[in-house]
Design a protein around this ligand. Sequence first.
Ligand code: CUA
Length: 309
Amino acid sequence: MPTFIPHSLYAQVITNLFIITLIIGGLIFLIVAGSVTYIIFRYREKPGQAEPQQNFGQLKLEIAWTVTPGIILLVLFILTLRTMGQANPAAAQNPAQPDIVIIAHQWWWEVHYPKTGVVTANEIHIPAGKAYYTEVESADVIHDFWVPELGPKVDAIPGHPNYRTIEADKAGTYLGTCAEYCGAQHAWMRIRVIAQSQADFDAWTKAQLKVPQTPTSGLAADGAKYFIQGACVACHTIAGTNAKGNVGPDLTHVAERETIGAGVLDNTPGNLATWITNPQAIKPGNHMPNLNLPTSEVQALVAYLEALK
Ligand code: CUA
């Protein structure tokens, strides 16, 4: 995550403030460390030297070293207030309808697009160069949504939605992570923001809204049967089936995602099989139990999930 390579206005203003602060801090360090070094050598005791004259109280000096840091802090305070306003403009607060609603869970991200009805997880598609009003909240504990290249952190707090604007200046994949300790798998709560051209984004939206056909023959059909009649439906949703759970990610188009387990594994058939065989071995403590499924059932489930495009 290249934290200091901004790809949106909202990240740019933060980087600017960081650089200004770094320069001011760097100058203070050079002045203080340089003066100390100079004084150590210039005024060190020489053999036979009498005790130097003792001073008590230097009013002008004391005023100077009190007022100067005060002014520096005041300048940084004003710059910080300005940056906070620019990084999260008032216009973006509480929009009539957000473009994206992100709900943090232990340990994954639920993603809704209220204007189109798309539901996905962990991978957030946006059109490049367009400001997307985003609502961030939580289903359980406090998390923090952070994609450094795109803007400031946003606390995900249960019962208290926060609003930010997400925008990427050009197409690309921008990585983020949960930035507030939220339990055992806090580290595996990754975010991928995939910024696309408007045409690609529209195509993606259209594909996401398509209800996938439930396979009727072959291994994938067996997998669909295991999924729909098994424990999977208690926690996952697949559009067009009776699977309507919300404990884990919506799997309607899981085959189109780049990763599984909120970034813990690349989304390949082999990794999907490894995950289903024992999710606890990959991401200990996550809310998907080891169901001790026989290999044949795992293979069928993988075939089904791979068909969900
Ligand atoms: Cu979610 Cu840390």
